[in-house]
Write a protein that binds this ligand. Structure first.
Ligand code: XLS
Ligand code: NI
Ligand code: NI
Length: 462
């Protein structure tokens, strides 16, 4: 352990270790070496160009821009210093003086909007504590928050950029060590409620079509000191309050829950799509919530992303996507940019079949590697993710158009389309009627699942 210092896990909201702490500069351009990123086609070798994402190209009846509804994460782009459990942040942010002040918070806004403009991303997402710091009191915190929201509103109006969803950071501050709505302290619950009220106000004001709950610390470290039933009841009460408040102020945006099984908690109550749906049903919340599914969280839950998407879709509850990927060799939320075409194809296949997003989008909840510390790396990272999804979209559209997989799967279940199968599906069969039927037929003959043949076919499209 020599030479290794104690560390705090870098928080995705509001805690930055800056490698370079130059004082705020009044610059008109924060990324002077980066041009506006445009589509140049697959033949281009310009690293500052899209090679596949052509925003205005129409695929399967819609422009790529409208299919994707790409979002950038304020926390990763503006607040993630790229620290890790073993070392400080490395990210160069010459516009940021490292201070937790309103002035510094306001100074980040133009940087972020220049980034959105140059990368040609239409949407963004933020936690309250990404955009503004904790104050000396809760009211001071809210006051600074709404000042930065004013600034964001001005920049949105001047640029046409839009909020995809807002959220509150109920996991970074030490007061949330035991959770927020699941904290054993009712006062902490109240603080969390106050933050959420203000974050919903801000999301409403900024026209955000969605609001996300990621229960960062809504879980437990150990059951030895935990009343799980009370905690889950409290979580549900908290979400019901949010639903009631939205109704009261006329906020009609979509609420999302973002499943994640663990990290930072040992077990999080929103552990995967199925657990979230069960919780929402049990507490009468399913009409008010959809899911925001994140690829790396699916991996941590021991599922594929497509599994998580299908579970949500089958319940009519797929709302939005946090686009990233994990590292199969590491067991934590590495939040890497999505570069795996197989993965993006599988996501886009589901999205196309669902008929696309309504309120949601593909939010890059992703960060650069600690070694990619220069501002221009932000661009390379997002370009790669956008191109990977563009390729996934084109491949998925072709697969659906050809219909080969759909036909195979349809045929695989065709015994349910008529005869005894249709009676089973319509509910008119019983154990007794099936007993009589089974005794009369020859033993069932099975057809091959052809998994390998289909995997070969999928590879032919890539
Ligand atoms: C953390 C989550 C978080 C949410 C928003 O793992 O992905 O970033 O997306 O609170
Ligand atoms: Ni996320
Ligand atoms: Ni995550």
């Amino acid at each position: 352990m020599d030479g290794r210092k104690d560390f705090l896990l870098p928080s995705p909201c509001g805690r930055v270790n800056l490698a370079s702490n130059n004082h705020n500069q009044t610059m008109s351009e924060y990324f002077p070496n980066v041009p506006k990123i445009k589509y140049e086609g697959a033949g281009s070798d310009n690293p500052f160009a899209f090679h596949h994402y052509n925003p205005d190209e129409v695929i399967a009846g819609k422009t790529m821009r409208d299919h994707m509804r790409f979002g950038a994460a304020y926390w990763h782009c503006m607040r993630n210093g790229l620290g890790d459990p073993f070392g400080d942040g490395t990210a160069q942010m010459p516009w940021d003086n490292g201070e937790e002040t309103l002035e510094n918070a306001l100074a980040r806004v133009p940087v972020f909007f220049e980034f959105l403009d140059k990368i040609d991303i239409d949407y963004y997402c933020f936690h309250d504590r990404d955009i503004s710091p904790e104050g000396e009191s809760l009211s001071h915190t809210h006051e600074m928050f709404h000042k930065v929201v004013d600034e964001l509103e001005t920049y949105q109006n001047n640029s046409g950029k839009k909020l995809l969803w807002g959220t509150a950071c109920l996991f970074g501050h030490p007061r949330y060590a035991h959770g927020a709505s699941t904290s054993p302290s009712a006062d902490v619950f109240a603080y969390g409620a106050s933050q959420v009220k203000n974050a919903i106000d801000a999301t409403h004001r900024l026209g955000g079509p969605g609001y996300t709950f990621w229960g960062g610390r809504e879980g437990y470290g150990s059951l030895i000191n935990t009343n799980m039933k009370r905690e889950v009841d409290h979580l549900a009460a908290f979400l019901h309050m949010a639903v009631d408040y939205a109704k009261k102020i006329g906020y009609t945006g979509q609420f999302y829950i973002e499943p994640k099984p663990r990290e930072p908690s040992t077990h999080q109550y929103d552990s995967d799509s199925a657990a979230c749906l069960n919780f929402l049903r049990e507490y009468g919340l399913l009409d008010h919530f959809k899911l925001n599914i994140e690829t790396n969280h699916a991996t941590l839950a021991g599922h594929t992303m497509e599994h998580e998407l299908e579970v949500a879709m089958n319940a009519g509850a797929l709302g939005s996507i946090d686009a990233n990927r994990g590292d199969e060799l590491l067991g934590w939320d590495t939040d890497q940019f999505p570069t795996n075409i197989y993965g993006t194809t599988n996501v886009m296949l589901r999205l196309l079949k669902m008929g696309g997003f309504t309120t949601g989008g593909l939010n890059f909840d992703a960060k650069r590697r600690r070694e990619s510390h220069e501002p221009e790396d932000l661009f390379h990272a997002h370009i790669g993710g956008m191109d990977a999804f563009a390729r996934g979209l084109k491949i998925a559209a072709k697969i659906i158009e050809d219909g080969k997989f759909d036909e195979f799967v349809k045929n695989r279940y065709s015994s349910y389309d008529s005869g005894v199968g249709s009676k089973i599906e319509s509910g008119s069969a019983s154990l007794e009627s099936l007993d009589r039927y089974a005794l009369e037929i020859a033993p069932p003959q099975l057809a091959s699942g052809r998994q390998e043949r289909l995997e070969n076919l999928l590879n032919d499209y890539l």
